[in-house]
Structures are given as structure tokens and as C-alpha cells.
Design a protein around this ligand. Structure first.
Ligand SMILES: [Zn+2]
Length: 89
């Protein structure tokens, strides 16, 4: 349904794994900081010290997981390679 609507309106539609920990992963360094309760709206990454708004951070991770974006300061080699492939294809 969503895919068909996206085609109709010329939008890009991607599916990412439901198990991708988008609200646990730091969108700056890519480390997974563990589960956070829903009431926690802002958190600090234990690995790089970045401070994230829960929803903004998750949105960045969803974009990256869908191959539509790279984070500003880069992540692991694997993520950059898949983003490159998405652009070429
Ligand atoms: Zn981090």
C-alpha cells in the first residue's frame, strides 16, 4: 500500500529492518548505547559524548539504515559502502 502510493506520487520508499535499534544507536558514532525508556527524550552517548534528541537521533538512523544518508562525521566502513552502492544503483 505505502509502496504503491510512493510510486504514484514519485516519492522514494524504503523498508528497513524492524530490529534495527534506531533509538538505541548513536547517530554520530554508531555505537549502541542500550535500551532507553520511552519517557527519556534526550540522552548523551556514552561513547562519543554527543547529546541527542530521541526522535531526531532515531530519524537520522532510519535515513542511514535506508541508505539515503550518511552521518556528518562518518560511521563504520560498512555503512559508507552501502550508501555508495545506493547512489550508484
Ligand atoms: Zn556516540
Amino acid at each position: 500500500m505505502l509502496s504503491a502510493k510512493s510510486d504514484k506520487y514519485g516519492r522514494d520508499f524504503r523498508v528497513i529492518s524492524r530490529w534495527e535499534p534506531t533509538s538505541q544507536r548513536c547517530s554520530c558514532c554508531g555505537e549502541i548505547g542500550g535500551k532507553k525508556e520511552l519517557k527519556i527524550r534526550e540522552w548523551k552517548c556514552l561513547f562519543c559524548g554527543a547529546i541527542h534528541d530521541r526522535d531526531v537521533n532515531a530519524a537520522v538512523n532510519i535515513k542511514v539504515a535506508g541508505g539515503q544518508s550518511e552521518t556528518l562525521n562518518g560511521r563504520g566502513e560498512k555503512v559508507r559502502l552501502s550508501a555508495k552502492k545506493a547512489r550508484q544503483g
